[in-house]
Design a protein around this ligand. Structure first.
Ligand code: SF4
Length: 363
């Protein structure tokens, strides 16, 4: 993939190199070359996260607080805390929502059992499942109806996997890793299709598929990639940067699958060290010993403001020279959930508020 590196002005304060202030690193080991930051693009918010967060904001605006949200709307602490402050109440399951109240289903999707449980309790619902997750659900339903066995590559216990599995539990087996791919058994080995979670490592998933195909030569692929464009693009960008970086900092939460994968991919592709942080305050000074080049990226559920705060801190540490390395352009937008569109129309709200990644940098 071709990439372009451009120096970017981030409005960060200049820090004279000779200064040894509070944050200037006293490197015990010599730093070869000038200190610099390679900033991955694309990074941060994807279309599915943008849509889900706006769905909760618009629900609060048009229905009023409280708005209940089943699970974290997206896997990011800052986003969840910000929405909580606006009146959202996050619950583990619909039985915690008072009868008749409004509940939003998160971007990771829900199984039919959850939809039915909400209907039984007469909850009003807004489904903020990412359309790319819904696509995988539909594939599961279609293959199950066609009588096929499904091997679902993904992390057991992750909300997205629970939702997809729940579409066809009787014919689906979850494959967590290459080891499980070597041992998994299915009742009809000549009649198997694989699907996957949307936020996995592209390389590891292909390794798992390779193992499965050796064991089940008639293994059928999904009609199109289940790993989504945002996951793929963010991994491609960090693959470009990692070989040049002594340290990669990934901004993202510990329960964010795609953020955790970015740490793994960075290490696999040559970064000497890769660390994940929710917030700039978690960056540890000891990480910079002997480091000239720092790679920075963020997971698909991370608002740009958190990356800016890390860059600000890096500038204070003397890493104020920032070049953005762009490996893909993204312009995907999803329309808001249909239940909400109707309400917005009723209220004459045409703002919609979508603008793609980075469109809401102050949050
Ligand atoms: Fe959708 Fe991919 Fe974003 Fe998940 S990471 S919300 S699947 S676009």
């Amino acid at each position: 993939m071709s990439s372009a590196a451009v120096s970017v002005s981030l409005g960060l304060p200049e820090v004279p190199r000779q200064r040894r202030g509070r944050h200037e690193i006293e490197a015990a080991a010599p730093v070869s070359g000038d200190k610099r930051v390679l900033l991955a693009a694309p990074r941060g918010y994807c279309a599915g996260v943008d849509r889900a967060v706006i769905a909760v904001e618009k629900a609060l605006e048009h229905y009023g607080a409280p708005v209940y949200v089943r699970k974290q709307i997206v896997h990011n602490r800052h986003v969840v805390e910000t929405l909580e402050a606006q009146g959202a109440i996050f619950v583990d399951d619909t039985d915690e929502v008072p009868s008749g109240e409004l509940v939003v289903f998160s971007a990771h999707g829900v199984s039919p059992a959850v939809v039915n449980a909400a209907a039984e309790r007469e909850l009003r619902t807004i489904d903020a499942t990412c359309p790319l997750v819904t696509k995988v659900h539909r594939e599961a339903v279609r293959f199950a109806r066609a009588g096929r066995q499904i091997l679902l590559i993904g992390h057991e216990g992750h909300e997205e996997v629970e939702g997809t599995y729940g579409e066809a539990p009787e014919v689906t087996t979850i494959v967590n890793n290459p080891e499980e791919a070597r041992t998994v058994e299915v009742p009809d080995p000549g009649n198997v299709t694989w699907l996957s979670q949307t936020t996995l490592s592209v390389d590891e998933t292909m390794e798992i598929v390779g193992i499965l195909r050796e064991r089940f030569p008639e293994l059928q692929d999904p009609p199109s990639d289940d790993i989504c464009y945002a996951t793929t693009n963010r991994q491609a960008a960090i693959k470009e940067i990692a070989p040049q970086a002594e340290l990669v900092i990934v901004v993202g939460s510990s329960n964010s699958s795609n953020s955790v994968r970015l740490v793994e991919v960075a290490l696999e592709y040559g970064a000497k060290k890769a660390e994940r942080v929710d917030f700039a305050r978690q960056v540890d000074e000891s990480w910079f010993e002997g480091v000239a080049t720092v790679g920075v990226t963020s997971g698909a559920s991370v608002p740009e403001v958190l990356v800016r705060e890390v860059l600000q801190l890096l500038a204070e540490y003397g890493y104020g020279d920032v070049s953005e390395v762009t490996t893909a352009e993204e312009d995907i937008l999803f329309s808001l959930p249909k239940e909400l569109r109707a309400k917005l129309k009723e209220g004459g709200d045409t703002s919609r508020g979508l603008g793609g990644r980075g469109a809401r940098p102050t949050r």
